[in-house]
Design a protein around this ligand. Structure first.
Ligand SMILES: NC(=O)c1ccc[n+]([C@@H]2O[C@H](COP(=O)([O-])OP(=O)(O)OC[C@H]3O[C@@H](n4cnc5c(N)ncnc54)[C@H](O)[C@@H]3O)[C@@H](O)[C@H]2O)c1
Ligand SMILES: [Zn+2]
Length: 355
């Protein structure tokens, strides 16, 4: 199968995302013209390493590259400065230098950590993203945000560092458990709500079954938004946070024991409620979103035992809202979204109570 190419560019960056089957086994050929050195590090977590590292490494070696593999533990805990330091030490010990490059082989965790290492190693070396989860393919591998967590919050330490290439091999998804697959669908549905009502219809009618096409459509949406505002300055990029204000608060109130996509799903239901009240989203469209989330096994109601007051407290204590101004992404109708400054704490409280 031929791969599809998407050009992603903006102020000071230009790269491609390749989407298709069988791409990992051709990594060497695909990157040859885009890198200047043969020395590289493959950074993977235990799961992605076990599944795909040999495939990628063997091809790289065959093509004359000299890769060293660094494996980290799976999970959010690996997004730490300690892990970053450990990876840098291993890269230096392996003789990698400022001409080397990094391949991040795994989900969003690997992409964020390896991308951050690439942004600081010798003040910045090229990064190639090989996303292996649906979420990483449609969301985290594109856009240039890299980083790690610290005690006081998620993704607080990081850098903008665009990849030189994204290689999304859809065969990787055959190994992904359903619970991880649905995390990706949460972000796909988000993209539909903010930019592509037709994609929502296709998902609803079972017409979006071609994974490569669906991934391309989503990368294109994110790329278009990021191209105009890659550093989140003008505010355009903020629409990507649809469902995330309340979603993040749920995530924190649940001590990060609930997956991100599930929390965003709930956050999107709440954001639809607020959109009905503030910008006239129709009840019919809100219901369509809820049904679509349910179709993909995403939660649309908080479990009874979830401490709702903690969710609101979490939002109140968020530094971003300290001055009382809430910048909340709303959708007046499906396929469109903008930031509103009119949403109040009471609106949020009401929407959370409805969940
Ligand atoms: N940089 C960004 O713009 C951005 C955007 C969204 C999310 N993120 C970050 O991404 C992370 C979440 O990413 P994720 O959902 O990919 O989680 P993840 O990287 O933790 O991967 C989920 C699980 O799937 C395993 N796995 C990976 N590929 C697999 C495969 N093909 N088959 C079977 N198992 C596989 C992983 O080892 C892990 O256990 C979060 O840290 C989040 O903050 C970043
Ligand atoms: Zn998200």
């Amino acid at each position: 199968m031929k791969s599809k190419k998407i050009d992603i560019s903006g102020k000071g960056f230009r790269y491609q995302a390749l989407v298709g089957a069988g791409l990992m086994a051709k990594t060497g050929e695909l990157i040859r013209e885009r890198v200047a050195s043969s020395h590289c590090a493959i950074i993977a977590d235990e799961n992605s390493a076990q599944l795909f590292e040999a495939l990628v490494r063997n091809n790289l070696v065959e093509q004359g590259f000299q890769p060293v593999t660094i494996v980290i533990s799976p999970g959010e805990n690996s997004k730490s400065l300690r892990e970053v330091e450990g990876i840098c030490d291993k890269m230096i010990a392996a003789g990698l230098d400022r001409r080397s490059f990094i391949l991040g082989l795994g989900g969003g965790v690997v992409g964020d950590v390896s991308g951050f290492v690439a942004s600081i190693f010798h003040r910045g070396i090229p990064h190639i993203q090989i996303p292996t989860t649906l979420l990483a393919m449609v969301d985290s591998a594109v856009g240039g945000k890299t980083g790690v967590n610290v005690k006081s919050g998620k993704n607080l330490i990081g850098a903008f560092h665009h990849p030189s290439l994204v290689i999304a091999d859809i065969d990787a998804l055959d190994f992904l458990p359903p619970q991880e697959l649905r995390q990706g669908y949460a972000e796909i549905i988000k993209h539909g709500i903010i930019r592509d009502a037709e994609m929502l219809r296709d998902l609803r009618n079972g017409k979006a079954t071609d994974r490569a096409k669906l991934i391309c459509r989503n990368i294109a949406i994110k790329a278009q938004i990021v191209s105009t505002d890659d550093r989140e300055v003008s505010g355009e990029r903020a629409v990507l946070n649809f469902g995330h204000t309340i979603g993040h608060a749920i995530e924190r109130a649940a001590d990060f024991e609930m997956p991100h996509g599930d929390c965003v799903s709930l956050g999107m239901v709440a954001a639809c409620h607020i959109s009905m009240k503030r910008v006239g989203l129709s009840a019919a469209e809100r219901n369509q979103v809820v049904e679509l989330l349910q179709k993909f096994d995403l939660p649309t109601q908080l479990r009874r035992e979830t401490p709702r007051h903690r969710i609101l407290e979490t939002i109140r204590s968020d530094k971003k809202f300290e001055r009382g101004e809430i910048r909340f992404v709303v959708t007046p109708r499906l396929g469109r979204a903008h930031v509103s400054r009119e949403v109040t704490m009471e609106d949020l409280q009401e929407a959370i109570a409805q969940l």
